[in-house]
Every structure is written in structure tokens, then in C-alpha cells.
Ligand binder design. Structure first.
Ligand SMILES: [Zn+2]
Length: 91
């Protein structure tokens, strides 16, 4: 398995530098979190992209991810998850 799709709360991100090094990043971070469909890559990190933590079975994996789609609300995210049988994390 090389990548997996999951829906979880993801911060708004500008680039991989992070809010300490990049002003645009702190502006983005101030927007908070929103539910998003993401693809998490389960291979070695290159640190060029932000990472997130997911569970594969009971194994905790930290992988780079791409945002495929952002949802306007938790309900939208939930409906999409059910319709497309995609795992959703609410915390
Ligand atoms: Zn940035």
C-alpha cells in the first residue's frame, strides 16, 4: 500500500516552512482547521511537504499528504465519507 485516502481535520497550509519561518503560513494557520479529503503517502518523507498522522490498522504512520478536497462543514465531510466509503477521523 503506497497511499491512502482519509478525511480528517487539516490546518490551512501555505508551504512546508511552517508558521515560524513564513508569514504567509501564520496567516494560513490562523484560519484554523477544516475537514478535508487527503491522500497520505506511506513512504519515506522528503520534508518538502507537510505531514499528518494516520493509523493503518493499529500502526501509527506519519506521512506527507496532498489535499484533494476541502469540505465546507463537518456534515458535508460525513456525507462524502459515507457515500465514498472513506475513513473519517473526527478528533
Ligand atoms: Zn509558507
Amino acid at each position: 500500500m503506497e497511499s491512502l485516502k482519509i478525511i480528517k481535520k487539516i490546518p490551512f497550509i501555505h508551504c512546508a516552512k511552517g508558521p515560524d519561518a513564513c508569514e504567509e503560513c501564520s496567516i494560513a494557520q490562523a484560519k484554523g482547521l477544516s475537514f478535508a479529503l487527503i491522500r497520505v503517502y506511506l513512504r519515506e518523507r522528503t520534508s518538502a511537504r507537510p505531514t499528518t498522522e494516520v493509523y493503518v490498522g493499529c500502526r501509527r504512520v506519519v506521512g506527507e499528504y496532498d489535499i484533494i478536497k476541502r469540505f465546507k462543514s463537518k456534515d458535508d465531510a460525513k456525507k462524502y465519507a459515507i457515500k465514498h466509503r472513506i475513513e473519517i477521523t473526527f478528533d
